[in-house]
Each structure stands twice: as C-alpha cells, then as structure tokens.
Ligand binder design. Structure first.
Ligand SMILES: *Cc1c(COP(=O)(O)O)cnc(C)c1O
Length: 473
C-alpha cells in the first residue's frame, strides 16, 4: 500500500474511467456548461474511483478507533457506538434536509428535538433544554453565558467562577471565554473538593461553582448536597459538567443533587462516534430559573400537538450554532436512548462502574490506584512501580493494539499538580469480561517488558507509521 497524498495519486486521464466518464456525460446533458467544465480546469487531481476508495480506506486504517480495539481513554468515554444509529442518521428525510430550508418545513427535526430535549431533562433532572451547542466545551460556554445573563438581569455583578483543580481543562477555558475570572479550588488528600477551602472561596462575587461528579479522578463527591447548600446560600449557582454521565445514568440525577445547569456530551455518554474532533453535540439543560436564557432554537410542542421552534425568547443568550445544530449526531443519541430505555441506561452505568473497578483490582499490583477506594466509571492508576513511566507504558500498549489511557502528571496540564506519572483508565460498559481480561494480559506483558527491557518500552511504539508527534510543535 502506498502512502501518497491525493495530489501525488494524480494520473492524467485516470478520471476518465468508465464511471466518471458516464457521469460526466450525464452531467453535461443536465447542467449548464459551467457545471460541466472538466475537473482539470480547476486543478483537481485526476484519480480513478478505485484509487480514491483505497486511499481513504488506508487512511481510516492508519488510526486507532474503538472499532479496531480497546480504547480505555479516561474521561473520554470511548464506548462502542452501535451501527444501527448510523443507519438512523442516514434516513433520507433527515440526511437530505437542507440547513437553509424554511424552519416550518422541518417538522421531523423539531419532533426529534422536542423528544430528545425531554429525555435529556429526564436523565439530568432539569426543566428545560437546548440541543444546539456543538460539543462539551461549547455547552459549558452556553451554560456560563446563561449564568452571566441571569446575574446581569438581577443587577448583581458577579465576575468570578470557581473550578476544582481536578476539573477538565475546558472548564477554566470556558469560564475565561464567558468573561469570568477563574479561581481554582484545591482537592483534599482523598481527591474530593476541599470543603474548608471552598467555604473560604465562596465570596459575594462568585457567580458559579463548576463541578464534575463523579470527578475526573473517577470519584463521587459525596458531600455534594452540602456543597449545593453552601453555593446557593452564597447566592451563586452550581454548574454540572456532565460531559460524562456514564457512572450515574438512571441512578442519580444532577438536578436532584442541587445543580442548576448542566451540559452533556452525547458523543460520550449517548454513543455517538467521536474522536479526532469530529462533530459531537453538547446539549445544555437548566432549572426553571435559567430557562428564559437558553440559546435558540428550542423545540416546543404546541396545543395542536405539533413540535416547532419556540418563538419570542426575549432573554435568550441567542444562537450558539449556525442553523439547527448537529442533527445527525442528535439523531444517533435519540436512537441510542430509545434502544436502551431507562432500565438499559441504568444497566450501562452499573456495568461501566463494575468494569472500571474490575480493571482497577486486576491491575493493582502493577499500577496501584492513586486513591485507595472504589472508583466510579474510571480509575486513576499510579506509574510509581514502573522503571520507565506511565507515558512510555501507554505508548507500548499501542504496539499491542490498545489505545493509550489518558496520561496524568508530568507534562499533562489539567490534573492536580503533585502526581508524577499516572494514567486514567475508563474501560466503558461495552467491553466484555473477555476483552478486559485480554487487556489485563497485555498490561502484564508490558509490565514485564518494563522490568526486563526498558529500552524497548522507551522506544515504543515501534509498530506504527507515526511513532512520535512532537508534543511542543
Ligand atoms: C470531554 C470533556 C469535556 C469537553 O468536551 P468536548 O466535547 O471535548 O468539548 C468537558 N468536561 C469533561 C469532564 C470531559 O470529559
């Protein structure tokens, strides 16, 4: 197989093969001369159809995806995405709808949105929802802009947002983008929010506290009810980073824990494909208090039973996304939720937590957990017993067809600072026990290599086309 680019694959006359030739003739009959001009006139490479297919098939096989093998990338919830949802997204009524079509001709989209909004509210324990934000970080920005608008309406300048030091890096970034000053709340030695520090930091200028629960350390903040009371007593709001609901779907709801606003990543929890920056969606859901500020569009069902975009949202923060958001992704999420049902979602969460604890236990003699307790959907494992490092260990896993876990500690930006070398493992519920046992076997093999052949582990990955990308470039 070659690794040429499309331009290098150019071969004069190649595009005049049977298919392309027939198509060109048809186009010439149908279209204006402008449409029928030969592709050479605008400098496109000429490549035969079979070479185009081979080119893109080869590219698709050069990177690792959950369809190739295990993908225990902590915090990212790389669960398997059932293919039936891709089929749904290809339904012609949705796939061929045009973004510039008049809104009133998109009845199916508004019906889908009204139903999915309701499901997101039910799962999160919120009152109203907008599906438009394009990703988790985008949902965070939407949530924080709503919080800002709320305090503007109240005439209370509250310029500060609190974020724990274990938060995903997007939290402080979104707070800054929404115009807030961000202050970092330290973690306790048990990996929870440091309560005395939080009490002290809750001053009258605090608009919101952003929290992930279970945290990005895979730990449940068991003082959440007290945290919510403290935050609300201060007149502040509680933001839930629900990028990853995989530990608690159908078990506990952010709204019941006292959160006022939440975003969810359908491309993590609700099994729509992600990775490589592809389209996702980060719906935001809020309690009644913030509902008037939701972005547009929001679908509502009229007295006649028909769903339409809501009109007259005076206090709305406006549009977060062009047109109607990522319809195809939201359609997959809807398919997933309908397939799973309430009981299925609960079972998925239970299995995600069980799988993470199983791995934590099986790997403990090689990679001991940083926090010695049961974890939720993911677990933070220390590389302290390794001769090389968690980073090299992870790179060697690539040679055995396992995607590296999330690396934490030195060189990683967003985790509590004193961790030297650790990895965050999230197996997800879609890995079978056989797959988990297989992974443990590979981990053990790499652990032995780390003890006997440090140079090999240091030079990993040795099997890949691109071994190292300069992290500073
Ligand atoms: C993935 C993630 C985000 C960001 O989501 P994107 O869709 O990548 O923008 C935010 N918070 C947490 C906890 C995450 O895991």
């Amino acid at each position: 197989m070659t690794s040429q680019t499309l331009l290098e694959l150019h071969r004069k006359g190649a595009a005049s093969d049977l298919f392309a030739g027939t198509q060109a003739k048809q186009t010439a009959k149908l279209a204006t001369p402008d449409f029928a001009r030969p592709r050479t006139a605008i400098g496109l490479p000429e490549i035969s159809e079979v070479d185009v297919v081979r080119h893109f098939t080869r590219l698709s096989q050069e990177s690792h995806g959950v369809d190739n093998g295990p993908y225990p990338l902590g915090s990212c919830t790389m669960k398997y995405n059932p293919k039936r949802n891709d089929e749904l997204a290809r339904l012609p009524g949705f796939a061929q709808a045009h973004p510039l079509q008049p809104a009133d001709s998109l009845g199916g989209v508004w019906e889908l949105y009204e139903r999915l909004q309701g499901m997101v509210c039910e799962i999160t324990g919120m009152d109203a929802c907008c599906l438009a934000p394009a990703a988790g970080a985008h949902g965070e920005l939407a949530g924080l802009l709503m919080i800002r608008a709320h305090f503007q309406t109240l005439g209370q300048p509250r310029p500060v947002v609190l974020v724990p030091d274990s938060a995903h890096g997007t939290n402080p970034a979104s707070a800054a983008m929404a115009g807030f000053d961000c202050r970092i709340v330290p973690s306790s030695p048990e990996g929870r929010v440091d309560m005395p520090a939080l009490r002290e930091m809750l001053t009258p200028d605090v608009a919101a506290f952003m929290l992930t629960n279970p945290s990005t350390l895979g730990l449940f903040e068991d003082q959440i009810v007290e945290i919510a009371e403290l935050v609300h007593r201060n007149g502040s709001l509680l933001y839930y980073d629900g990028a990853n609901l995989n530990a608690l779907m159908g078990i506990v709801r952010p709204g019941d824990m006292g959160f006022d606003v939440v975003h969810v990543n359908v491309h993590k929890t609700f099994a729509t494909p992600h990775g490589g920056g592809g389209p996702g969606a980060g719906p935001v859901a809020v309690k009644k208090l913030l509902a008037p500020y939701l972005p547009v569009p929001v679908a509502v069902r009229g007295a006649d039973g028909v769903a339409r975009p809501q009109s007259g949202a005076d206090l709305s923060i406006g549009r977060m996304k062009s047109f109607h958001g990522h319809v195809g992704v939201l359609l997959r999420a809807y398919g997933y939720l309908r397939t799973m049902g309430a009981a299925g979602l609960r079972e998925a969460s239970e299995n995600a937590v069980l799988n993470a604890n199983y791995l934590q236990h099986q790997l403990a003699d090689m990679l001991p957990p940083v926090y010695k307790q049961f974890c939720k959907h993911e677990t933070l494992l220390s590389g302290e017993k390794l001769n090389t490092s968690a980073r090299q260990f992870a790179k060697r896993l690539i040679d055995y067809g396992i995607h590296p876990p999330t690396l934490v500690g030195a060189g990683c930006v967003y985790f509590p600072g004193d961790l030297k070398s650790a990895m965050l493992i999230e197996p997800t519920e879609t890995e079978s026990k056989a797959s988990l046992d297989y992974q443990v076997g590979i981990f053990r093999r790499v652990f032995e290599e780390d003890a006997t052949d440090e140079a090999l582990v240091e030079s990993a990955p040795v099997s890949r086309k691109l071994a190292r990308i300069d992290p500073k470039a």
